[in-house]
Design a protein. Sequence first.
Length: 258
Amino acid sequence: MNEQKNNLYIPAAILLAGFVIAGAVYFTNKTDSPSGGQVTTETKLPFKEVSESDHILGNPNAPIVILEYSDTECPFCKVYHTTMHSIIDSYGKDGKVAWVYRHFPLDSLHSKTRKEAEATECANELGGNKGFWSMIDKIYTNTPSNDGLDAKLLPTYAKEIGLDQTKFNECLSSGKYAASVEAQYQDGIKAGAQGTPYNVMLLKTALSTTTESYINSFITQNRLSNNVVIISDKKEIILNGALPFDFIKTIIEAIIKK
């Protein structure tokens, strides 16, 4: 536990920068929550279980799976996308953490994000899981966010990642994946998402009392409001917003070390 306690004190400048980002998450129908802690319940979230149909980076059987609901035109999601790649670089190679991406288009803010989401699904059809991740990485890398990406570039990105451009255009223009994107959005609503990025950390093994207490202490120590991190179930931890790498790392290390 001594090593875990030492990890509790992440440099304030890092946390402050991260929580400024996290605090700028887009919410709809948000209710105010008191500050200074988190809520622990025994309620399992009613989202669709992770399966082979999902877009997964890393080992699907990893002890920690981070399920992300995101919007390609959200500026905070753009930052967080890089953070999640760093998490996978650190913990995915040895099978400790996997990343599952689901679409959560914020239509009232970003009119282009649904078509971009469909583009990633077309890339998945033509190039499999690799095609999906290559396309979504292209979009996040190149978009200035807030509907700043030119939709005419999507076929170019498809060609650059090795897809058949003609087939990609046919797929995208058909709208065949519009229903799939909507289904993922509705699934996010069931999971409690009100903004992006919204994550549910899924655990193979239930949190021990000691680990749960440690995570709670860490959250309280950093004066987070209740809606930033919620232990919704012994095997589910909600992470709300573009939380910084060091914050997520601290939680992962606590779970892995138990």
